[in-house]
Design a protein around this ligand. Structure first.
Ligand code: SF4
Length: 222
């Protein structure tokens, strides 16, 4: 990376830091296990929906011991406010059973172990590592991918390659924050179909935004 590109990335990160000072997860949890459950539930759901569901779920099944023994139909009923609830119920129960059988009921703070658990992909594992254990990790979801691609922080399309490229360009101490910043920016301004480039503080540093403004396009083809 040349020094001009390094300065551009520093400027982007500084502006994001000023715009989005809160960098915690909005999911409610008290233990690494509960964050793991909430993050599994968050696929195709909003944080608000997940928090509504986990309030009841964690009062009845707060630990892997309780969730591993849960009645599946009852579990489905409790989490049906989140999408894909049948699949998620099965995964939550199996994941809890696997935690008990292989890890003494503790969430392992290791990426390679976490991704072996049912329903846990690389993104979920990185969210848990960073937020529950304070381990530097940069979770890549659709928001992070979209904003990073438009800012030309990555030329990749696959999440694991995007993660690798972002981790090479962003200082390790900012990986967790960068995840939250890029999500917030993707939700607020850099929206999928209608990015609000004219209002975007990153426009000066964004090749895609400049192109959109130049062409007078306010919508992006899906
Ligand atoms: S200028 Fe437009 S495309 Fe670039 S980050 Fe901002 S909203 Fe997204």
């Amino acid at each position: 990376m040349n020094s001009k590109e390094q300065k551009r990335i520093e400027a982007i990160l500084n502006l994001l830091a000023q715009s989005y000072p809160f960098t915690g997860t909005a999911l409610h949890y008290e233990t690494p296990f509960q964050l793991l459950v909430a993050t599994i539930l968050s696929a195709q759901s909003t944080d608000r929906q997940v928090n509504r569901v986990t309030k009841k779920l964690f009062s009845k099944y707060p630990t892997p011991q309780k969730l591993a023994a849960a009645d599946l139909a009852e579990l489905e009923d409790l989490i049906k406010g989140c999408g894909l609830f049948r699949n998620k119920s099965r995964n939550l129960k199996k994941m809890s059973q696997q935690l008990l059988a292989q890890y003494g009921g503790q969430v392992p703070p290791v990426l390679e172990e976490l991704v072996k658990l049912p329903g846990v992909g690389r993104k979920t594992a990185n969210v848990v590592l960073n937020n529950a254990f304070g381990i530097p990790a940069l979770a890549v979801d659709t928001y992070v991918s979209r904003v990073a691609q438009r800012l030309k922080l990555t030329g990749a399309s696959h999440a694991s390659t995007i993660e690798k490229e972002l981790c090479q360009k962003i200082p390790q101490s900012l990986w967790g924050k960068a995840h939250h910043w890029l999500i917030a920016h993707g939700r607020n301004l850099c929206r999928a179909r209608s990015p609000r480039c004219k209002e975007c503080l990153l426009l000066k540093h964004c090749p895609t935004g400049k192109e959109i403004i130049k062409k007078g396009r306010e919508k992006i083809d899906p």
